[in-house]
Design a protein around this ligand. Structure first.
Ligand SMILES: [Zn+2]
Length: 161
């Protein structure tokens, strides 16, 4: 296999550097600024920071959706409760409706309770089982839930090898 010519930008001054594709991954001294820069092939490894950033946005989006869902559920349940207080005897259909709403609220509540574990598994964290156990055992204390969520949101350190 003969080496092909590749181009990448210096990480310090953005000057284009030409190199053999075999040298990708090597560190060279940039001819423009004299700093050490890593040679990389742009097509195979585009902007390393782009993918984690979009994943972070996705988890923020999910968190926002969960919060929105719980707010809506609480508002519906609250309006149901005040309605029932005004009516003397709610009929069977009203009871079924409120039952369904309570069920939905319970499901949302469980989702919120396990939000740290869900976030951890979405992010494919290595210690997601530990986060789940923490979530399960001390999630009922608000502090434990916050700790599990913060832990789930932390970035895994690079494997030390
Ligand atoms: Zn440079």
């Amino acid at each position: 296999m003969s080496a092909t010519l590749a181009k990448c930008k210096c990480q310090h001054c953005n000057q284009k550097i030409e190199f053999d594709s075999d040298s990708a991954g090597a560190t060279v001294t940039c001819p423009g600024c004299g700093m050490d820069t890593l040679l990389f092939i742009p097509q195979s490894s585009p902007e390393p920071s782009t993918i984690p950033a979009s994943k972070k946005n996705m988890s923020t989006l999910w968190g926002g959706l969960f919060l929105l869902a719980i707010v809506i559920a609480v508002m519906i349940v609250w309006s149901r409760l005040t309605d029932n207080a005004q009516d003397e005897g709610p009929g069977i259909p009203a009871m079924i409706v409120s039952g369904v709403i309570w069920m939905c609220a319970a499901v949302f509540g469980i989702c919120i309770y396990f939000l740290p574990a869900i976030v951890a598994s979405q992010k494919k964290k290595r210690n997601r089982q530990a986060i789940f156990i923490l979530n399960l055992c001390v999630g009922w204390t608000f502090i434990g839930w916050v700790i599990a969520l913060v832990w789930a949101c932390t970035v895994d350190p690079e494997p030390a090898k």
